[in-house]
Design a protein around this ligand. Structure first.
Ligand code: CTP
Length: 444
């Protein structure tokens, strides 16, 4: 990749030391890096270290820029190709979401017209706090890429999501962000950690409006989900036992990704929350990668509100009650280590009960026996509108086709065996009809 200009804003927090490694990686790739340290960031890393590594002046507060002759804050915020905030503390995210500009970093963030990528780092409770969830959702809605934090043991001794992603992962997210067009130039559900293609903007049926990020759908006038926002979960989840082992299942993610592709083709704004699968992101889809059920639950919440949610993921029902910080070793005695499990949140059932329940909520059920009876019971237990059920007894997960039954209070709609792409497109037609009946599309 050609050298790019990165404006790196370093917030306060113990993870700030990792920004030093990030600067080193960016410089190694040939990028030009300018660092801005917040006042609290200065408590953790020194301007001198950053200046030496970046080989550039380091900016520490607004008054540096009475140097306006050299470079004013507007110019500083705009001469970059990408603005990166790492670590992005809860406080910085809150200020960004509220549009507060009370120091150099936040002023630059408000003044910039360039894409912004934030790598959060904070205590797990702060990350999961409704205020932070709201702020992250607002920022994503504004087109800012907010990476999912890493999960693990924190400096404060607690465990969970909130750790700053590793510098290499931030570097990869930066490379991805540099490849895509500025999200601020369009509108979208928000930006995930992973890139999507850059399809041509899709004009509204009247030829107005900007839904950039969506592919053209052929025939051009057939976009039954135009203007709808759809959230999809897909793939398995991985629940760590120790740094090298995890609990997983055989979900391939193919049906969920096919549904995301069909929803984008049908004109919807699509947020795909994907478990670990090596599948490419369908064109026009905003993808957020997660590992665990709890990360998936947090990203689903951050993605709301939506018109429809389709929960295709095979979420692990249980996780290891305690995750070992180091690889569990055999002690030579032949004794098997105990593996205590804890129940994961039921994302679909939780969404059904939430105040922000999507108007159309769809679950999936892969069953090996009594498919319709299990699906009917699941519909009631989960509180969703439809269950898309399939029999996986003779048809292991990961195949290319599906024979599904759409189970709802209205009855059962059984479809022939079809390729997963065709199931997805047929489902989009049904969803479009249902949404049109429930929520007439607005004119704006
Ligand atoms: N689901 C979820 N969160 C979970 C488990 C399941 O959101 N922790 C969703 C799945 O995405 C799917 C639906 O619930 O849409 C049904 O998943 P399934 O695994 O079949 O349901 P379970 O409640 O785990 O039932 P079972 O006893 O059959 O495993």
């Amino acid at each position: 990749m050609a050298a790019k200009r990165i404006l790196l804003i370093i917030g306060g927090g113990i993870a700030a030391y990792k920004s030093i490694e990030l600067v080193r990686l960016l410089r190694k790739s040939g990028h030009v890096v300018r660092c801005v340290l917040t006042r609290t960031g200065e408590q953790f890393v020194t301007p001198l270290t950053l200046a030496a590594l970046s080989e550039n002046k380091v900016y520490t507060n607004l008054f540096d820029l009475k140097d306006e002759v050299e470079m004013g804050h507007i110019q500083l915020s705009r001469e970059a190709d990408l603005v990166v905030v790492a670590p992005a503390t809860a406080d910085l995210l809150a200020k960004m979401a509220a549009g507060i500009a009370d120091d150099l970093a936040t002023t630059l963030l408000l003044a910039t017209d360039k894409p912004v990528l934030a790598a959060p780092a904070m205590n797990v409770r702060m990350w999961l706090h409704p205020a932070t969830r709201r702020n992250v959702a607002t920022l994503r809605g504004d087109g800012i890429t907010v990476m999912a934090p890493d999960e693990g043991e924190m400096a404060c001794g607690e465990y969970g999501p909130g750790r700053l992603p590793e510098p290499q992962a931030i570097k990869e997210a930066i490379d991805t962000a540099l490849k895509k067009p500025s999200p601020l130039q369009g509108r979208g559900l928000g930006e995930g950690a992973t890139a999507t293609d850059s399809p041509s903007p899709n004009p509204s049926p009247e030829g107005e409006g900007d839904f950039s990020g969506q592919p053209d759908f052929a025939p051009a006038n057939h976009r039954p989900l135009f203007g709808r926002r759809i959230l999809i979960t897909a793939g398995p989840t991985h629940e760590p036992i120790d740094p090298v082992r995890y609990i997983a299942n055989r979900s391939s993610g193919k049906q969920g990704f096919a549904i995301a592709a069909a929803a984008a083709e049908a004109g919807a704004e699509v947020l795909l929350i994907a478990g670990p699968v090596p599948l490419p992101t369908p064109p026009g889809v905003i993808r957020v990668d997660v590992e665990t059920a709890r990360e998936m639950a947090a990203e689903v919440e951050a993605g709301l509100p939506v018109d429809a949610a389709i929960m295709v993921a095979a979420v692990a029902d249980w996780r290891a009650a305690d995750t070992a910080a180091q690889k569990i070793k055999k002690d030579g005695s032949g004794a098997v280590p105990p593996l205590a499990l804890a129940e994961n949140p039921d994302i679909l059932a939780g969404l059904a009960k939430s105040a922000r329940r999507p108007p159309l909520l769809i679950g999936f059920a892969a069953e090996t026996n009594d498919v319709l009876a299990h699906a009917g019971a699941k519909l009631a237990r989960k509180g969703c509108d439809w269950i898309v059920a399939n029999d996986v007894s003779a048809d292991p997960m990961g195949g290319e086709t599906n024979r599904v039954h759409i189970v709802s209070k209205a009855g059962v709609d059984s479809w022939d065996r079809l390729p997963k792409g065709a199931v997805a497109r047929k489902l989009m037609e049904k969803i479009a009809d249902e949404l049109d009946a429930r929520l007439p599309a607005s004119d704006d």
